[in-house]
Design a protein around this ligand. Structure first.
Ligand code: UDP
Ligand code: MG
Length: 322
């Protein structure tokens, strides 16, 4: 290698964080210094309107290892991270929020684990400082997600984490537009490890991601990693058909044998149940096609290779490849 020490990029999405940016940059550079790695900062301005943009420009003028990307407007936290991953050039890339909630001191631990051979080191949030309701909802969300997800996604792990260059290349190469990074990161595989990192308080107590934004992210996570919401329709169809059969039996029994059946009741109840069940079944079947279309257009590869033995490089080529 031309350089003696590895390069670590730190990607930070920024929306209106002007007052904290100099402090953050200092803290990150301080945390990285003892690791012996070279540092590259990638600050992504996600449409800030509070002067963060000029602070970032100023910081970049001071030091060429601070890269700055200004997005043309606010595209959202996940999109800003995605842009940052694209321009980061490090051998490893750490994704970190600007608000000092992700403790910059966690950086050294992450780099240490990476050097042990882990390709993904993610922070497990401990001691969240948010309100009780928010904490409870996050707790619930992570458990719900991991119970419905088709990819095992670790609980209490957010965006804060280190990605090896190989993982960054895979993530950056995915055509998927709407992303839930903690999920996709888990999906890439390789050797992954979680380390407990204290989740600090927001320096200004004013979250930039709204409740609505968090709800959308939760939705993104569930719908891009789980087919469970669709399979619910099979359950609904099953229940409706069971109801149909038992009601039909019950009312027919009274009609034929006891004479207690109310006129018209039998036909209304049984047809309602029958067609209700049929509708749900139809949605379930349509859903199967939608899922397949979704999988195909999202184009996550069916596998990711870690390493091979005795497989020549050209074995990966397909007939017809140039
Ligand atoms: N952020 C962003 N674009 C947005 C919202 C937030 O780049 O549309 C940044 C924000 O500046 C911060 C990070 O994303 O660095 C996380 O935001 P926040 O602290 O509000 O999220 P939370 O900690 O509540 O998950
Ligand atoms: Mg925050």
């Amino acid at each position: 290698m031309a350089h003696p020490s590895p390069l670590v990029s730190v990607v930070v999405p920024v929306l209106d964080e002007a007052t904290v940016l100099p402090r953050l940059v200092e803290a990150v550079e301080e945390a990285a210094a003892p690791t012996g790695c070279r540092l590259e900062l990638v600050l992504v301005n996600d449409g800030s309107t509070d002067g963060s943009g000029s602070v970032m420009d100023f910081l970049a003028r001071e030091n060429p290892h601070r890269r700055v990307v200004h997005l043309s407007r606010n595209f959202g936290h996940q999109a800003a991270i995605q842009a940052g991953l694209r321009v980061a050039s490090g051998d490893a890339v750490v994704v970190m929020d600007a608000d000092l909630q992700d403790d910059p001191a966690g950086l050294a631990d992450m780099i240490a684990r990476w050097r042990e051979g882990y390709q993904v080191v993610y922070a497990i949030r401990v001691g969240r400082k948010e309100g009780l309701v928010k904490r409870a909802l996050f707790h619930l969300f992570y458990r719900l997600l991991s119970s419905v997800s088709s990819t095992p996604i670790p609980c209490d792990a957010g965006n804060f984490g280190l990605l090896d260059r190989r993982v960054v290349t895979i993530l950056d190469g995915l055509p998927e537009v709407r992303r839930y990074l903690p999920g996709l990161r888990a999906w890439t595989g390789f050797r992954q490890v979680g380390i407990p990192v204290e989740r600090g308080e927001r320096y200004d107590g004013r979250p930039r991601v709204s409740w609505l934004g968090l709800a959308r992210l939760a939705q993104e996570a569930v719908f891009s990693f789980s087919a469970v919401p669709l399979t619910i329709f099979y359950a609904i169809a099953g229940i409706a058909i069971l109801a149909f059969l038992s009601l039909a039996g019950f009312t027919l029994y009274h009609k034929l044998f006891t004479g207690l059946a109310i006129p018209g009741w039998t036909s209304i109840i049984t047809t309602a149940c029958f067609f209700g069940g049929l509708n749900a079944l139809g949605i379930g079947i349509l859903g199967e096609y939608v899922l397949r279309i979704w999988d195909q257009v999202r184009a996550r590869p069916a596998w990711v290779v870690d390493r091979t033995v005795n497989v020549p490089e050209n074995a990966w080529r397909r007939p017809g490849d140039g």
